[in-house]
Design a protein around this ligand. Structure first.
Ligand SMILES: *Cc1c(COP(=O)(O)O)cnc(C)c1O
Length: 363
């Protein structure tokens, strides 16, 4: 066990770290070299929150922690749409996105321990509180009345911003619904504020199996001793952990960093799940990479790290078309009877595609 994790986290730890968050440019300028005047209008539009844990990791300008948390004036110079995925149009009740037939995304909090600059829900997260409590009640009613829904994904914001008792009540009410077979939580807490993951939280969550948790790590340095402890705690409670990383310019947009990230996740019992091409959301263009970057990274990962460490590269279609995995092109040509296929090393092989004897006696 790492010595640096001296004691088991308790609820008061994370609440203290959260209460000590920096939310104003002036406060940030006191502890880090930033231009408070330039950041002020950005923070009015898109709130900033840097909790004391994340701040302690933010050592110098443009390091991965800095780039994900410190606002940039460029956020205001981006003419893209606020909700390109049409999440609001696909919400039958506020805060519940029903895009696929069998599963819904349920936004149970609009707060996070840290506001990522690359957030895909920048339009709503951290804004003056909508009536989340009433929306949650309406969402549960909708799920209960919609038998096609088999899985509920708690997201936000960050669902772990809720107190254990509130979260437990939501999970219990969902579990009561006969057609809901699977529960999933999407949270960034293991990387953004790892002491949020207390033993009592893990024990409570462990009573709702089958429950899956997808977390978000974007750089290998985020796997600090505290973050590793948070992952261990959840994994030991029997919760399968997946990771949904976001491809971010200047943070992880190179094969070496990405390979290191995937390896460190595997080492902590986290299965890489998705690598997200950043959605064309207003205020994030300066952090977005070309699609080719993701494809090149994926091609570099294949064959060089364990297959269970290779995530799917996903784009989420504008207009609410849903997520689609993209793969680097490996089929060089398709001839009759043979496909030419490129391997992880760039070598080309012929693969017989004729299969077994055909009904019509084809060649
Ligand atoms: C991403 C997403 C899901 C979950 O998709 P999976 O592929 O099952 O992880 C469900 N609903 C919406 C609206 C989503 O954006």
């Amino acid at each position: 066990m790492p010595d640096s994790v001296s004691s088991t986290p308790v609820a008061s730890d994370w609440k203290k770290e959260l209460a000590a968050s920096i939310v104003s440019p002036v406060a940030l300028a006191r502890v880090r070299p930033v231009d408070a005047v330039a950041l002020a209008p950005v923070c009015v539009r898109y709130p900033m929150r840097i909790n004391s844990y994340w701040l302690s990791m933010m050592r110098q300008p443009e390091d991965p922690f800095w780039r994900q948390a410190v606002p940039d004036a460029l956020e205001l110079e981006d003419g893209a749409q606020a909700d390109p995925l049409a999440e609001e149009d696909q919400s039958p009740v506020p805060g519940l996105i029903h895009r696929y037939p069998d599963r819904v995304v349920f936004l149970v909090s609009d707060r996070c321990a840290m506001y990522c600059r690359h957030c895909m829900r920048k339009r709503r997260v951290g804004r003056p509180a909508a009536a989340v409590r009433e929306a949650v009640a309406a969402g549960i009613d909708y799920i209960r009345a919609t038998p096609a829904i088999e899985e509920v994904i708690l997201s936000g914001g960050d669902p772990l911003m809720l107190d254990d008792a509130v979260l437990e009540e939501i999970l219990a009410r969902l579990k009561e619904i006969r057609h809901v077979h699977l529960l999933r939580i999407h949270t960034r807490m293991p990387s953004s504020l790892p002491r949020r993951v207390t033993a009592s939280l893990a024990a409570m969550l462990g009573r709702f199996h089958p429950l899956y948790i997808n977390i978000q790590f974007n750089h290998p340095a985020e796997m600090t001793p505290e973050a590793a402890e948070a992952c261990r705690c959840l994994a030991d409670a029997g919760i399968p952990l997946g990771c949904q990383s976001v491809l971010i310019r200047g943070v992880n947009d190179d094969p070496g960093t990405m390979a290191a990230l995937m390896r460190v996740l595997l080492a902590h019992r986290v299965r890489p799940y998705y690598l997200h091409q950043m959605d064309p959301v207003q205020g994030t263009a300066h952090l977005r990479t070309p699609i080719e970057t993701g494809l090149a990274i994926l091609a570099a990962l294949r064959g060089r790290i364990p297959g269970i460490g290779v995530p799917q590269l996903m784009i989420d279609l504008p207009g609410g078309g849903g997520k689609v995995p993209l793969l680097p092109e490996s089929v060089v040509s398709r001839g009759p009877g043979t496909w030419r296929v490129r391997n992880y090393n760039g070598e080309v092989f012929d693969y017989p595609v004729s299969g077994g004897p055909e009904k019509g006696g084809g060649s």
